[in-house]
Design a binder for this molecule. Structure first.
Ligand code: C6P
Length: 401
């Protein structure tokens, strides 16, 4: 295994200068960078075996189908699922929309999310509740940015509890095993938004007893436009398809159709073939490093980031203490708008995200309109964080004048 510190050279984009300064990319929670191996897998598909899948009786078609199927298998092994339990979608957002439309929610149901959800795990449930008359309920968060499980509003009418594994604003790692137990005691379905966890830690869907898990390829070294919905086999078999058309049927008559087996039932139309294959290459890359190693490395970087941010005067940091968090740190500098912070950092070559983070209800709870967020991945170094801190000090100097 390579030392994690050597890995920057695998990512061609990271060697460039931005605004005349060496690029320090700390916006990995928005999207990660891609290693050469993933980029090559896309070029290889288009230059050697571009063809449609599940249709063609020719060499290229067979090769593309084999690789596409292999990608399902790689992703399945990555989260300890089986191949037919992996549905390829465009992203986490589409995975959750697929579920919310397929679950046949009705007026008698309630659906529970948390106050820290990304819009993608809130708006689809909010809309389905509006359409069906079901009730949307929230697990509140406490002052430390953790879920208050004593106040989970669950009852026998709860159909779904859908929770982020890791918050994209607070970095909180939610207690998925504990939640899963609680939810299943009420015979409700347990859905996990893994957009910010799957890239960073070993997520075992069986050990954590998740009914469904949604995540995005682009946050875990894969390309944009490919996402995953995992579902337990017995549940997926019972669900209605979200999109219908070619590729998802076993038989069609003029007035009636029968559905193909899972996962094809949920993959209507020509899929994102190169995206799936490249996600398979991303999974290979991550597994070659080892997810436990990545988890440890990112947690160390986050705790170093917290420590160094706390050296600054007039800073508010959001979310729990070290240990209960990973992936990212959100903060605000007193009286300086996050957009101004990000703009000045950009001039120093440092890329962070500033804004509402697609979590407006959480912004309301925090009492802010926007935050700054720095999110390292395993290829970042402590020197990158030192550079961020130096640049933040410059921001404060500019505004002190
Ligand atoms: N968060 C961020 O900068 P998509 O866009 O579908 O790939 O992922 C949506 C999503 C869902 N849940 C969580 C917890 C997320 O963090 C995200 C994406 C990015 O925080 C882009 S807004």
């Amino acid at each position: 295994m390579k030392q994690l510190l050597d890995l920057k050279s695998d990512f061609p984009i990271l060697s460039q200068k931005v605004n005349g300064k060496q690029l320090i990319y700390l916006d990995n929670s928005a999207t990660s960078q891609k290693p050469q191996k993933v980029i090559d897998s896309i070029t290889e598909y288009y230059s050697k075996y571009n063809s449609n899948v599940h249709r063609a009786i020719h060499k290229l078609g067979e090769q593309a189908t084999l690789k596409y199927e292999e990608a399902h298998e790689k992703v399945a092994n990555f989260i300890n699922a089986s191949k037919e339990e992996i549905i390829f979608t465009r992203n986490t957002t589409e995975s959750i929309n697929l579920l919310s439309h397929s679950l046949q929610i009705s007026k008698k149901h309630n659906i529970i999310v948390t106050e820290m959800e990304h819009h993608s795990n809130l708006v689809p449930w909010q809309q389905i509740c509006k359409e069906t008359g079901a009730e949307l309920r929230f697990i509140p968060i406490d002052k430390d940015g953790k879920l208050n499980l004593k106040k989970i509003p669950i009852n026998n009418n709860t159909r779904v509890v859908s929770v982020a594994h890791v918050s994209n604003v607070l970095g909180t790692i939610n207690p998925i095993k504990e939640l899963s137990k609680m939810v299943h005691q009420y015979n409700a379905l347990f859905v996990v938004d893994g957009a910010q966890s799957v890239p960073h830690m070993k997520v075992d869907v069986k050990d954590l007893n998740m009914d469904f898990l949604a995540f995005s390829g682009h946050k875990m070294l894969g390309p944009t436009g490919i996402g995953v919905l995992y579902g337990k086999k017995e549940l997926l078999k019972k669900l209605h398809p979200f999109l219908t058309g070619g590729g998802m049927i076993s038989d069609v008559k003029k007035d009636v159709s029968e559905w193909a087996d899972i996962p094809n039932k949920f993959e209507a139309g020509t899929p994102n073939i190169e995206g799936a294959i490249a996600l398979g290459a991303a999974v290979d890359y991550l597994e070659n490093i080892d997810m436990d190693e990545i988890n440890k490395n990112v947690k160390d970087l986050v705790s170093y980031l917290m420590k160094r941010l706390l050296e600054l005067d007039n800073i508010s940091i959001y979310g729990p203490e070290n240990g209960d968090r990973t992936a990212l740190v959100s903060f605000n500098l007193l009286d300086i708008h996050p957009h101004d912070v990000a703009e000045i950092l950009d001039k120093e070559g440092v890329a962070i995200r500033a804004g509402h983070m697609c979590a407006k209800p959480l912004m309301d709870i925090l009492g802010v309109n926007a935050v700054c967020r720095a999110s390292p991945y395993f290829y970042n170094t402590k020197e990158d964080i030192d550079h961020l801190i130096k640049s933040l000090k410059k921001v404060q100097e500019v505004f002190a004048k």
